[in-house]
Design a protein around this ligand. Structure first.
Ligand code: PEP
Ligand code: MN
Length: 334
């Protein structure tokens, strides 16, 4: 980090600044030029609040030369992170296909879908029990009962399960859930992220609707900094001016994120497009550009789904997609 001082900085204020930086265990490289004085900070600068520096009278500008995320940074973790969820591996060349309904609706619905996606090659079952809906009048999920049905489907099929948490108070209910999802709307719920940093269960962190990749990595940083090393990132489309699709799938995020971080990166073509016939082409494109996995909504009766029917694949369509994925996987960009 570099601090550029205003000309003729007040001596006392400069001394205070230097003492404060030293108290943060930073080494200071002082260079006084003809018109500008520059302080180069050496050490763990992610602890320095840039805004606090910018607010000082004697400071003209502050520039970061290193990313503000350390735990999520590929520079400090050159090898891909591999996460093993009950035998289902993701990252480091291990591709994971996650599938299931948007929402758990009933035991019959979930079991039928779980068995079919497993037979088609899915390695993990998804299903929402706590649903973050835009309207308070829309189906809110089966909540505790939904989690219970997911655990039942896990026992029946042997598939590990992933489900979304909306509040830290729900954590005790997620005991038997293998991967906890933080949805797009909660990507910057920092108190929730801090709580998830205290456990060791893998967290599937979805990109916020209007979040930059750096913001996504900073949210992952909250979980990692708390001591939980197991975070999977998910690109699920972002808000743009385009209204033909539910969101705009930002596929360049995949190779970019993979160069910025060692964490596995998956893609959700269902929420990204909102249209079932676009799921297959976007899923294949995601595989081609190096995604470590996909999360896809599958419903046995999309027309009557309680949530996200228009973007859900039928079990047959998912089976076909899964075959196509296996065909192109060896040629994917890595
Ligand atoms: C979901 O996966 O069911 C979901 C609500 O996704 P997102 O948070 O990406 O909208
Ligand atoms: Mn959904």
């Amino acid at each position: 980090m570099i601090i550029i001082l205003k000309s003729n900085p007040d001596k006392q204020q400069l001394e205070n600044l230097i003492n404060w930086l030293k108290s943060l265990n930073l080494e200071i490289h002082y260079s006084e030029g003809k018109s500008k004085t520059i302080l180069g900070l050496i050490g763990e600068t992610s602890v320095v609040d840039m805004d606090m520096l910018l607010a000082l009278d004697i400071v003209e500008d502050v520039k970061r030369i290193q990313e503000p995320y350390k735990n999520a940074n590929r520079k400090f973790h050159p090898d891909d992170l591999v996460i093993d969820v009950g035998g289902a591996k993701i990252g480091g060349g291990n591709f994971l296909l996650i599938a299931g309904p948007c929402s758990v609706e009933s035991s019959g619905q979930l079991l039928e879908i779980a068995v079919s996606v497993k037979n088609s090659g899915a390695g993990m079952l998804r299903g929402g029990a706590f649903k973050p809906r835009t309207s308070p009048y829309a189906f809110q999920g089966l909540r505790e009962e939904g989690i219970r049905l997911l655990v039942e489907a896990k026992k029946a099929t042997g598939l590990p399960i992933v489900s979304e948490i909306m509040d830290a108070s729900q954590l005790p209910l997620f005991e038997e859930v293998d991967v906890i999802q933080v949805g797009a709307r909660n990507m910057q719920n920092f108190e929730l992220l801090k709580e998830l940093g205290k456990i060791s269960k893998p967290i599937l962190l979805k990109r916020g609707l209007s979040s930059t990749l750096q913001e996504l990595l900073m949210s992952a940083e909250y979980i990692l900094a708390g001591g939980n090393d197991n975070v999977i990132l998910c690109e699920r489309g972002i808000r743009t001016f385009e209204t033909s699709t539910r969101n705009t799938l930002d596929l360049s995020a995949v190779p970019l994120l993979k160069s910025m971080t060692h964490l596995p990166v998956i893609v959700d073509p269902s929420h990204a497009t909102g249209i079932s016939r676009l799921v297959k082409p976007m899923a294949l494109a995601a595989v081609a550009c190096g995604a470590d996995g996909l999360i896809i909504e599958v419903h046995n009766d999309p027309a009557h789904a309680l949530c996200d029917g228009p973007q859900s694949l039928t079990p047959q369509a998912f089976d076909e997609l899964s075959r196509n994925i296996r065909q192109i996987l060896p040629y994917a960009y890595r």
